[in-house]
Design a protein. Structure first.
Length: 240
């Protein structure tokens, strides 16, 4: 029987060194942290199918999305991945509902508007469905990006610095909403962030990367209690 969740094993010596092995269970948030250039975004890109490592595997619920030995490498559109970036990446000429509907290609066209409105309600944007991104606040735009990620019915949710472009007050509010939202999501979630407190608050486990390798992993309190890991992360925070 296939083991549920996300399982990643990637290795290469260059051009970006990688020596990563990790798992994330359905409904679990795995925080991925480390200094700038540690390989965090490369890891997310490899899961999403935007980057292919020289060797390794990416498996979701037992299905191979990437397997270098078997020469399997599914393109991004065949991987059920929800992506949320710090830049929102919304289409300026589309409304909030239009931006969500663009990810609903698997839903009959006549049903897309209603499904988009439902997803926007889920992230507390009811009544703002017809506003374009420039008429929304930074926090509201990020909620649209989250709704769009959920529109794909993802098997994996990837969050790459999703709150760094908003002010601290809005960030705290989004933390609470993500914490509530995840209760109804039984998919693995990878969260990349430079904010140690943010990762500790939202993650079930933390994985620390340095130069493409996993140097520590475990519960947030356990990992952040290790002087070597904390010094590595605090150094990155000072540099940011």
């Amino acid at each position: 029987m296939a083991e549920p969740g996300l399982h990643v094993r990637l290795s290469q010596t260059g051009p970006i060194p990688l020596d990563v092995e990790l798992s994330c269970a359905p409904g679990e948030v795995l925080g991925v942290v480390g200094p700038s250039g540690a390989g965090k975004t490369t890891l997310l890109r490899a899961v999403a199918g935007l980057y292919a490592a020289k060797a390794g595997e990416v498996r979701v619920d037992g299905a191979a999305w990437f397997d270098s030995a078997a020469r399997v490498n599914l393109p991004p559109h065949r991987r059920a991945v929800g992506l949320v970036f710090q830049e929102h990446a919304l289409f300026p000429h589309l409304s909030a509902a239009g931006n969500v509907a663009i990810a609903l290609g698997h839903v009959p066209r006549a049903d897309r508007r209603a499904r988009a409105v439902e997803l926007l309600r889920r992230v507390h944007l009811e009544g703002l469905e017809d506003r374009r991104p420039q008429a929304l606040s930074g926090g509201q735009r990020q909620r649209v990006a989250i709704a769009r990620a959920l529109a794909r019915d993802p098997k994996v949710l990837l969050l790459d610095e999703p709150f760094s472009a908003v002010d601290r007050r809005t960030r705290t509010r989004l933390h609470a909403e993500i914490a509530a939202l995840r209760q109804g999501l039984q998919v693995p979630m990878l969260l990349v962030s430079h904010d140690i407190d943010e990762v500790a608050r939202l993650s079930d486990r933390i994985c620390v990367l340095d130069r493409g390798a996993v140097v520590a992993s475990g519960a947030p309190g356990e990992v952040l209690g290790r002087p070597q890991a904390r010094a590595l992360l605090l150094g990155d925070e000072d540099a940011a």
